[in-house]
Design a protein. Structure first.
Length: 431
């Protein structure tokens, strides 16, 4: 995490204060459950809540000697709780605290990311509705294909982020698991009811089989979902970058008063935000492969996963949080140029209607092969030499034998390509 790409609310989830607060709640709730079961005195559980404190600097000092973060925390906690601290952590192992805490942090992060997605979805929907009927050229392979609308482009991205939201809800549910099962997960020294109690208090569910750790396929799924969301961010960012190219200029990032595009060339208006989003997406996706590799651990546990999660847990969620907020701002302020879209549509003299002419010729009796040759012959002439595709077709004897100019002209109607926009919008946004 670096300040440039970090928002405070997400950063707080991964700060030591929040981590140790969760550790304390795990231990204190476990003491409550143990007291209810008669394993430890009720007064001991009450003392933990009443006198339980910790200092980050002191924990760090103890860890430098013990080389063990959970023991350092428990030692510092005991300095405040007093003699009753001997009942803390009874029958538990470090992973019970670490893995349950990580589950809480990841659910907290998921909640913020879901709110981010809601904001982005709202922004995309508003701009999609605004440009529902703004006709523009659709491109395949980067080359003019057939007309579409800018609203339809955005509707496609909205559908992608709606799917992303559904996946993140599933990933949040999957990761929200609690493990308080002791060494190798057999509950030999702790009653399973303690786990159930702690899970309920923390908004989690017990892990069915935790060995000594929560299975890492859950974490792999979570980070994979973050990676897919990042790719959807890059997909929209790349579209905007292409539309902002000088030769296209159909849309561009908002250029603030006083903003500078280049230290050398004062005329530049560069797509710096969407280029930045492309890079940030790579950072989030970088967590996916290590998370997948974390699934395979030795026997009941090892800690090869730990260093990965300590780094990518914060980095991936913080970066994605920032990226979603930045993309929302880009979409909200995106400058759209319908006149330029129309100019680009007209640039090839009507070639974008070639498929409709091809189909009409086949329906008029021409073989598909001959129709394709006739349409392509006239299209390539316009492509290379300019002029009007309609004029070329009207003057082509093979075409004229099957379709007159009067019948060709209606085939160059733009509304033909937008007649089902409402159908798609209803699928994406509902009624």
């Amino acid at each position: 995490m670096i300040p440039r790409y970090t928002r405070p609310e997400m950063a707080r989830i991964w700060e030591p204060e929040n981590r140790f607060r969760i550790w304390f709640e795990i231990e204190a709730h476990a003491c409550d459950a143990q007291a209810q079961l008669g394993v430890i005195p009720k007064e001991a559980a009450e003392a933990v809540w009443a006198r339980g404190k910790w200092e980050i600097d002191r924990i760090d000092e103890i860890e430098r000697e013990t080389r063990h973060d959970v023991i350092a925390f428990l030692t510092n906690l005991a300095e405040h709780v007093g003699p009753e601290a001997r009942f803390v952590h009874q029958g538990m192992t470090s992973s019970d605290v670490l893995d349950t805490c990580l589950a809480v942090q990841m659910t907290q992060a998921a909640d913020l990311l879901l709110a981010d997605l809601d904001g982005l979805l709202a922004a995309i929907k508003r701009r999609a509705v605004e440009h529902k009927n703004t006709v523009t050229i659709g491109r395949s392979h980067g080359i003019h294909a057939e007309p579409t609308t800018f609203g339809l482009k955005l509707a496609g991205h909205h559908a992608a982020f709606q799917r992303a939201r559904e996946r993140l809800v599933a990933a949040r549910k999957d990761i929200a698991t609690c493990a308080i099962s002791g060494a190798v997960g057999t509950y030999a020294n702790i009653d399973p009811r303690v786990e159930e109690y702690v899970a309920e208090k923390l908004g989690l569910v017990p892990e069915p089989v935790s060995t000594q750790v929560i299975p890492r396929d859950r974490h792999a799924f979570y980070f994979s979902v973050l990676g897919v969301i990042a790719s959807s961010i890059e997909n929209l960012a790349t579209e905007i970058r292409h539309l902002q190219r000088t030769e296209v200029r159909e849309a561009e990032e908002y250029f603030h008063p006083g903003q500078k595009g280049s230290s050398a060339m004062p005329h530049k208006r560069n797509p710096v935000l969407t280029e930045n989003l492309t890079g940030l997406a790579r950072i989030v996706r970088a967590a996916v492969v290590p998370a997948l590799e974390n699934v395979a651990l030795w026997h009941e546990r090892d800690i090869s996963h730990s260093s990965v999660e300590r780094m990518f847990g914060p980095d991936a969620t913080v970066t994605l949080d920032f990226a979603l907020a930045r993309l929302t701002s880009v979409v909200e302020k995106l400058v759209v140029y319908p006149e330029r879209m129309q100019k680009n549509l007209d640039d090839l003299g009507g070639l974008v209607f070639s498929q409709r002419v091809l189909l009409a010729l086949t329906q008029a009796g021409m073989s598909r092969e001959d129709a394709y040759k006739a349409v392509q012959r006239n299209a390539m002439d316009v492509w290379l030499n300019g002029g009007s595709f309609l004029d070329n077709l009207s003057n082509d004897a093979d075409v004229a034998r099957h379709i007159s100019r009067d019948r060709l002209e209606p085939m160059f109607d733009m509304s033909y390509h937008t007649k089902h926009v409402d159908t798609v919008f209803k699928r994406v946004f509902g009624e």
